[in-house]
Design a protein around this ligand. Structure first.
Ligand code: HMH
Length: 229
């Protein structure tokens, strides 16, 4: 039983993608993403998204660094420490390029705390990264990569160009990101292949929860959500 399917006939990634197709479809058809593709998304909603994403990416980087520390081989250590570094590089590009072009002043970012959805998602990732075995940590991190890659390509295919959000679309539709995503899928499937049925079930739960939190993150930006009290 050393194939990538754990004897079940389907890779973890294929099974998880299929099981969560309704969540992906809900994300794909959100007004936020439809208007982003059309170039008509109001700037205040994109600004909310960017500020929250800058908070998110630092926490995502920390969770990736914990995954790196838990890796069961040197390849995984390199893969996830590199991914942690890239998350911080992307966060810095939000500050230097996107914040500037959309008029987010440093003081506005500094004065904006995490939204409830961002807090929920990042707490879930960091909590899972600390508490769960490597395979479950990878399953929690996979939707962050995979959903963005598929949404990026989907938006690119229907995008009106030029579009104020071209740079965002190109980041996630670009080949560099997709190559990294294929590698994370492969590593997650390898970890699933040797996981016990119990761990594999927890992988599915973690994958599902992260997918739902992706939807909630976009929904929160759409609603310009903040803390109710
Ligand atoms: C919320 C969120 N999920 C995933 C990504 C891509 O890694 C991102 N930038 N933001």
């Amino acid at each position: 039983m050393n194939d990538a399917t754990n004897g079940s006939g389907a890779t973890f990634s294929a099974a998880a993608w299929q099981a969560n197709l309704p969540v992906f479809e809900a994300i794909r058809t959100m007004a936020f993403n439809e208007q982003l593709a059309q170039g008509t998304l109001p700037a205040d909603r994109f600004k909310h998204y960017m500020i929250q994403d800058a908070h998110y990416l630092i926490a995502f980087g920390r969770a990736l660094a914990i995954a790196a520390a838990k890796a069961d081989d040197a390849d995984g250590l390199v893969q996830f420490s590199e991914a942690a570094k890239v998350a911080v590089i992307v966060e810095r590009s939000l500050h230097t390029d996107f914040f500037r072009s959309f008029g987010v002043a440093p003081a506005e970012f500094d004065g904006t705390e995490m939204s409830p959805a961002c807090h929920h998602y990042t707490s879930f990732l960091i909590g899972t990264a600390h508490a769960e075995p490597y395979a479950v940590v990878l399953a929690a991190l996979l939707p962050c990569f995979w959903i963005y890659a598929e949404i990026g390509r989907d938006i690119l295919a229907r995008a009106v160009r030029p579009n104020p959000y071209d740079a965002w679309i190109d980041t996630y539709a670009g080949e560099d990101f997709h190559e990294a995503v294929r590698a994370v899928i492969a590593t997650t499937d390898r970890a699933a292949a040797t996981a016990s049925p119990q761990v594999r079930a927890r992988m599915h739960e973690a994958y599902k929860r992260a997918s739902q939190l992706e939807w909630m993150f976009w929904d929160s930006a759409w609603r310009l959500a903040s803390w109710p009290v």
